[in-house]
Every structure is written in C-alpha cells, then in structure tokens.
Design a protein around this ligand. Structure first.
Ligand code: GDP
Ligand code: MG
Length: 293
C-alpha cells in the first residue's frame, strides 16, 4: 500500500447540470459522453485520476430525476448505489438556473451520505456574477436545511467544466480530502468502461447531437460484433416510424454519425451501423439489462 492516498469521488446532480463534462474535465480526458439532452448518462462510469501518491476514482452518475419509465427508475438506482460507501461527494448545481427542489434533493442525499462534501456551481462561463453568488447562497441554505451539522466542513467551487476555469482548484480540494488507502485500479487504467460499451456510447453521443428533439430517449446502442477492425453496432429505436429519422435522407445521417465515431477510434476502424426496432424497450427491464444500462 505504501504512502498512497486514495478514494471514491462521486459526482451527482440533476440531469444536464454538466456532471459528465465535469468528470471529463477533472480527468483531462474523455471517459463519458455528454450532450445538451437530459438523461444522456445511463450507467455509472468510473474514471481514474492518477497523481504521484494519490489515486482518485471519479464516478459519473446518471442525473437524479423523477422517473417516468423503467429506464428512468433504473438510472436513479444507479445513483443510489453510487452514493454507497464513497469518500467524497460532489453535488453539481447549474449556475444558470435557480436552485430548485431537484437540487435540494441532491444536496440532501449528499448530506445524508457519510462522505465529505464539495459542492460545485457549474457553468460559470454562462452566468452573470450576481447569479453565481445567489446560487452559492441558495446551496448553502439548502445544505443547512438538510441538516448538515455546522462542524461539517463543506466547500463550494464555482467553475466552468466547459472552459476548465476553476477545475484545477476543485481537483486540489478533492484530492486533499483523500486518506491513506489502496490502489483500486492499475496505474495505466483510465476508466472502467469496456471498449465495446464505449464505442456504442460514442455512436449514441453522435446520434444525440444530430437527431430531432423527441428522439434521444428512444435510442440505445449496442455492439453486436467486435472483430477488430470491424465493429458492428445496433442502433435500437422504439418504433418503426423512428427508423427513418435515424437513417436520414439516403442514409446521410447514419453516414455522418459513422464517420464522426470513426474519427475518435484508432485508425483503420470499420464501423457498421444497423437500425433495429425493439418495441417500447424503455419499459422492458430485460432489454434495459441486455443493453448494459
Ligand atoms: P449531465 O447530464 O449532468 O452529465 O450534463 P452534460 O455534461 O452532458 O452537459 C449537459 C450540457 O451542458 C451539455 O450541452 C454541456 O456542453 C453543457 N455544459 C456542461 N458544462 C458546462 C459549462 O461549464 N458551461 C456551459 N456553458 N455549458 C456546460
Ligand atoms: Mg451525464
């Protein structure tokens, strides 16, 4: 074990506050996909930050929300599990929106956990200074309301996960709170995301960036064959009528998605995309399981 300090650092918050963007910014590399659509993250992703003498396992979670489907309920379960037995909890708030009931729930969960708490107010680049100060005050009030004892030291970091402003200070504060512990992952490991799941996620990220407003929730992606350099991926939608929207005119959208994904893979990769209908999969626990969420 030596002199290593280590621990689990879990990032939580409402959908779309910038949790995944923050996890990538903390790690300095992309381990989790992001998008302007809520509920992009569908499973817990662990990234590993290695520094001399310190190892932090940084955990990205799906947004905590009021579930409307079996998938939504499953995502909230992932969050609850991720809050179990952690060292540092990082609740993330969005500086561009008032602290609401969803945020208060997130802060209350953090206060209830035995973890140390470091609160982030994100999107500093997009909010006027007075708004940021107001969020910080609201967050502090919510933490007190949730019953945090006055002696519990809670720090607050306004920052921008997108520009990186304020991220190094957050990282220093989080690492400073870790205590002596084992190495949880080997030195060369940056995340626990299996390669096949990762490529399927890259496809979904591109689809989220390109398809029309109503579609994102209905889309899932799964690698069906992996014989490097050939990777076959099923894009699953809920209804026959959604197939065309994903394929695009003359296959244009699929082609664009395929090449954007290929550009992020090692040279020579051959990405084959197929669109399939899996009726109402978001309501079917067996399909959700099969998709790895
Ligand atoms: P998550 O659902 O909490 O994981 O949020 P994401 O990381 O997927 O981000 C949601 C949206 O907010 C995306 O469009 C991000 O680009 C955007 N976003 C994240 N961080 C920032 C930030 O610091 N500033 C601004 N302006 N946008 C951000
Ligand atoms: Mg996310």
């Amino acid at each position: 074990m030596g002199d290593l300090r280590s621990g689990f650092v879990t990032v939580v918050g409402r959908p779309n506050v910038g949790k995944s963007t923050l996890v990538n910014a903390i790690l300095g590399t992309k381990v989790t996909i992001t998008s302007p659509r809520p509920n992009t993250t569908r499973r817990t992703v662990r990234g590993v930050l290695h520094r001399p003498g310190v190892q932090a396992v940084v955990v990205d979670t799906p947004g905590l929300h009021r579930p409307k489907s079996a998938l939504g309920a499953r995502l909230n379960d992932h969050v609850a599990e991720a809050l179990d037995d952690i060292d540092v909890c990082v609740p993330v708030l969005d500086a561009t929106a008032a602290v609401g009931p969803g945020d208060r729930l997130v802060l209350a969960r953090a206060v209830d956990s035995p973890a140390q708490i470091v609160v982030v107010v994100n999107k500093l680049d997009h909010a006027p200074r007075p708004d940021v100060l107001e969020r910080l005050a609201q967050a502090q009030a919510a933490v007190q309301e949730a019953g945090a004892p006055p002696e519990r030291v809670i720090e607050y970091f306004p920052l921008s996960a997108r520009t990186g402003e304020g991220v190094p200070a957050l990282v220093d504060a989080v690492l400073a709170r870790l205590e002596p512990g084992p190495a949880y992952f080997p030195d060369d490991m940056v995340s626990d995301v299996p390669e096949a799941f990762w490529v399927a996620e890259l496809v979904r990220e591109q689809l989220l960036a390109h398809v029309r407003e109503e579609l994102p929730h209905a889309i899932a992606c799964r690698v069906t064959e992996w014989e490097w350099p050939v990777v076959r991926i099923d894009i699953v939608v809920e209804r026959e009528s959604q197939k065309g929207m994903v394929i695009g005119r003359g296959g244009a959208l699929l082609k664009e998605v395929g090449s954007a994904v290929r550009a992020q893979l090692p040279p020579g990769a051959f990405v084959e995309l197929r669109v399939r209908v899996e009726k109402h999969w978001q309501q079917r626990p067996d399909v959700i399981e099969r998709l790895g969420y």
